[in-house]
Write a protein that binds this ligand. Sequence first.
Ligand code: ADP
Ligand code: ADP
Ligand code: ZN
Length: 207
Amino acid sequence: MNIIFLGPPGAGKGTQAQRICEALNIPQISTGDMLRRAKKEGTPTGLRAKEYMDAGKLVPDEVIIDIVKERLAMDDLKGGYILDGFPRTVPQAEALDTFAVIDTVIELDVPDEALVRRISGRRACPQCGATYHVSMLGGRETCEKCGETLIQRADDQPKTVLNRLRVYHSETAPLVSYYEAKGLLHRVNGEGDMDAIFAEIMKALQA
Ligand code: ADP
Ligand code: ADP
Ligand code: ZN
C-alpha cells in the first residue's frame, strides 16, 4: 500500500509514520529527513535547500520532485511506503501522479495553537529521525532508539514556525481537496493520545 501522510508541521506525521511503518514493515520516506541529511553532508542539493529550510520556506518544486522520483524508483518499495512531507504543493502532487500510484492519504488534523506548542518543544534525533517532545523526555537528552544526542531543529524556532504554518495553509492545505476529489482522503484527529491516534490510522488504512 502506497500511503501519503498529509498535515501541518507538528501534526505528528513523523511520529505516526514511524509507528505505522514498523507495524506494516514498509519504509518511511521523509523528505524533511532526506533534505536535512543532504544539508549535513553538504551536497549540492543540500546547499541549495538550506536557505529555504532555514527560512521556513518550501524548497523549489523541481528540486524535491527529482529527489522523490529517484527514491521511488528504488527496489525496496514493492510492499509499499509512506510518504511523510511530500507532496506539499499542487504541482508536486501532479508530478507524483505521473510516477506513482497512491492508494490512500491520511490527513492529520491539529489546530494551529497546539502546533506551535508541539514544534517549540520538539527534539529530534539527527541519526535516526525519531522525534520527541521535551515534556516527555524527563530531562533525558539522548535518543531512545539509537542513543544519539537529541537536537532542536534550526527551523523549530518560534519565528520560523509561524512562517511554516502560513506556508502550510497557502501551499499545502489545497491538497486536502485535491485528494478528497480523488476519493483517497481519510481525516484523522491528530490531537490526543498517540496510541489512540495510531489505532485510528490503522483503522483508516483497513477501510
Ligand atoms: P515538518 O515535519 O515540521 O512538517 P519537514 O521535516 O517535513 O517538516 O520539512 C522541513 C523542511 O524541509 C520544510 O520546512 C521545507 O523547507 C523542506 N521540505 C520538506 N519536504 C518538502 C517538500 N515536499 N517540498 C518543499 N520543501 C520541503
Ligand atoms: P511532524 O512530522 O508532522 O512535523 P512530529 O511527529 O515531529 O510532527 O511531532 C511534532 C511534535 O509533537 C514532537 O515533539 C512530537 O513528540 C509531538 N507529538 C506528536 N504526536 C503528539 C500527540 N498526539 N500529542 C502531543 N504531542 C505530540
Ligand atoms: Zn535516534
